[in-house]
Design a protein around this ligand. Structure first.
Ligand code: AMP
Length: 364
């Protein structure tokens, strides 16, 4: 990547995906003088409103992809469920960062867990479930309770089913749509944390302070910094994220979600990797000088990474579904910064915005 010249203000960054992450990436890019071209099949994409150009086309539309690649100086993505083939095709015409390996290893939960385990990093016990008959042998490996998750396209708790003691595992198999899956031991975790780390083109890395996350029904509801963990554990978590970023030769921001277990032998277990900016890093927009979004743009552009020090403690609350209707009250709070995604339609479970509530920084 060292031979790729940095991109300069005025150049165009292409972003695959037009959701709220694309929207916040495009805004951060605009602040640095870049303009963004968003590529997304959904004509109602919230990122379109803040971008200089848009392409509305499927991810396998060869002509649209070629025109898109020809109109930008650098390409990145805001989510990992883009066909790998699309990235390879685009890569023949324009630099794509992060590279295809980051996508390949993280868009399939089984491939991802196997890679992390091979690196010698702890993960919950897991086993593949290719068809219904595999569930019983997989349960013998994981024990109960266990979570059955589709290998692909699951997010925000979708494509998951719990198998408790006494449950019929075939019912879980049906719930997830009888798709190739991974069965994971259910971890009785003390807390959930995530590391948001950036890796530059030159291999330099910087991590933000670790966030402590609370999920409700599989969807992130709150991220809080600082996390209530020791400095040693925080250092260990960052080292794990760095090792993963290096193994992927990742360039850009990467998030690693982890469980802190009460088992003193294995305190940290990796749950999931996102090869992109992440919801649990939204607090950086108001808690740090440089947000995760600007950090990603800096990393892929070949610019120096921004400082990651936290200047405020932050609690980030997602505004999911109808919770967005609280905006007038939030707007009247002194230390709350409201970030709304401009989505036309409110639906249950849909991320409509978030609010960062700041406090003077503590010492941790
Ligand atoms: P995921 O989509 O895999 O990140 O799962 C969403 C949420 O479900 C996680 O953040 C956890 O709260 C919970 N979860 C997922 N996997 C496990 C597990 N193996 N043990 C306990 N909780 C889990």
């Amino acid at each position: 990547m060292a031979d790729l010249p940095p991109i300069r203000p005025g150049m165009v960054i292409g972003i695959l995906g037009g959701g709220q992450l694309g929207r916040m990436l495009a805004t951060a890019a605009a602040d640095l003088g870049f303009s963004c071209h968003i590529y997304c099949p959904d004509p109602k994409s919230p990122a379109f409103a803040v971008a200089a150009a848009r392409t509305i086309a499927p991810y396998d539309d060869a002509a649209a992809l070629a025109a898109f690649a020809g109109s930008v100086d650098l390409i990145t993505f805001e989510f990992e469920n883009i066909p790998l083939e699309t990235l390879h095709t685009l890569g023949t015409q324009a630099p794509v960062l992060p590279g295809p390996m980051s996508l390949e290893k993280t868009q399939d939960r089984l491939v991802e867990k196997a890679m992390v385990a091979e690196l010698g990093i702890a993960v919950p016990p897991f086993a593949p479930v290719a068809d219904q008959a595999d569930i019983y042998s997989a349960l013998a490996r994981t024990g109960r309770p266990a979570l059955l998750k589709t290998r692909r396209l699951g997010y925000d708790g979708k494509g998951q089913a719990l198998v408790r003691a006494g449950d019929d595992p075939v019912a879980a198999w049906r719930t997830i749509g009888e798709k190739p899956a991974i069965l994971e031991a259910f971890v009785p975790f003390e807390r959930e944390i995530s590391v948001i780390l950036a890796r530059g083109r030159d291999g330099a890395t910087r991590a933000f302070d670790i966030a402590e996350n609370v999920h409700a029904e599989g969807i992130l509801s709150t991220s809080k910094v600082p996390a209530a963990i020791s400095a040693e554990l925080a250092e260990e978590a960052v080292a794990v994220a760095r090792q993963i970023a290096e193994a992927l030769d990742h360039v850009g921001v990467l998030a690693v979600e982890m469980f802190v277990s009460s088992d003193n032998r294995t305190r940290l277990l990796v749950n999931e990797i996102a090869p992109r900016v992440h919801n649990s890093g939204h607090w950086t927009m108001d808690g740090c000088t440089f947000s995760q979004f600007e950090q990603h743009i800096r990393a892929i552009a070949g610019w120096p990474l921004g400082d990651t020090r936290r200047h405020s403690d932050v609690t980030m609350d997602n505004l999911i579904g109808d919770a967005v209707d609280t905006w007038p009250t939030v707007a009247a709070e002194a230390d709350a910064r409201l970030h709304l995604y401009g989505k036309a339609e409110t639906r249950p479970g849909r991320k409509m915005g978030h609010v960062n509530r700041m406090r003077p920084t503590s010492t941790r």
